[in-house]
Design a protein around this ligand. Structure first.
Ligand code: ADP
Ligand code: ADP
Length: 227
């Protein structure tokens, strides 16, 4: 049973107006538990739009998103928010960590908002930080960390509440190539340690080749293979 099913998604901006931009034109994708899918396309092709719709941050004009087989189309706001918080982890190109909190606290806070006990939240945060190799930086604030370390902490935060689905939008796009490579290894270690389903957008074909399979966005539709 797939964790994520996108069926015939269509999305345009400026609907009906002469300058309408049709971004998604029937995008379909199914991702199983434990599967890491590369989403490859040039800038402007619609990767962010697709990920935002899959992660319930935006809605399609037509088509459906299902998570663990549950159709997300007609959910009330409360259920939708609960799924977005608990079942989906989102990683951006920029880390968006809270600057006034330590690395550890950035990972414990989302858990405590979900009612997890302080010590359990800390234990999980440390376990995640160890997996990505920055446990020794747990007490540091984001500004005291390198770009690569900041992004690793953001990966841990995305997995804080043990989601079933991870969506990442150019997760190493802001890093230099050597750092990007190492940080991508850390991300894969994290993903493999949990068995979650992941869709990782990248325009880097070397990174795409290290995932289980690739799909690319061509004229608003998803096609198998990176090239
Ligand atoms: P990518 O992530 O592949 O760079 P995006 O999903 O960000 O692509 O954007 C796809 C297209 O949709 C672009 O042409 C972009 O200008 C347009 N677009 C994205 N968001 C909006 C918006 N909120 N309003 C109007 N056009 C948008
Ligand atoms: P990584 O490859 O993991 O991103 P770097 O080689 O860039 O790490 O950085 C090595 C060390 O230098 C890091 O542990 C970090 O604490 C420190 N460091 C790097 N950049 C900065 C920065 N802008 N501010 C403070 N410390 C930094």
């Amino acid at each position: 049973n797939p964790i994520l099913t996108l069926t015939d998604l269509k999305k345009g901006y400026n609907h009906g107006k002469p300058n309408e931009v049709r971004v998604l034109q029937g995008a379909t994708l199914s991702v199983q538990a434990g599967e890491v899918v590369a989403l490859v396309a040039p800038s402007g092709a619609g990767k962010s739009t697709l990920l935002h719709i899959a992660g319930l941050l935006d809605t399609a004009d037509t088509g459906t998103v299902a998570i663990r087989g549950e159709d997300m189309t007609n959910l009330n706001d409360r259920r939708r928010t609960a799924i977005r918080r608990n079942d989906v982890g989102f990683i951006y190109q920029f880390h968006h960590l809270l600057p006034e909190f330590s690395a550890l606290e950035n990972i414990t806070l989302p858990q405590m908002a979900n009612g997890v006990r302080d010590q359990d939240a800390r234990d999980r945060a440390m376990m995640l930080l160890e997996t990505v190799g920055v446990a020794h930086r747990a007490a540091h604030r984001p500004a005291e960390l390198s770009g690569g370390e900041q992004q690793r902490v953001a990966f841990c935060r995305a997995l804080a509440n043990d989601p079933v689905l991870l969506l990442a939008d150019e997760p190493t796009g802001n890093l230099d190539p050597a750092t990007s490579d190492k940080v991508f290894d850390a991300l894969m270690a994290l993903v493999r340690s949990t068995g979650l389903a992941a869709v990782i957008a990248t325009h880097n074909l070397e990174l795409a080749a290290r995932m289980d399979r690739a799909v690319r966005l061509v004229d608003g539709q998803l096609v198998d293979g990176a090239a």
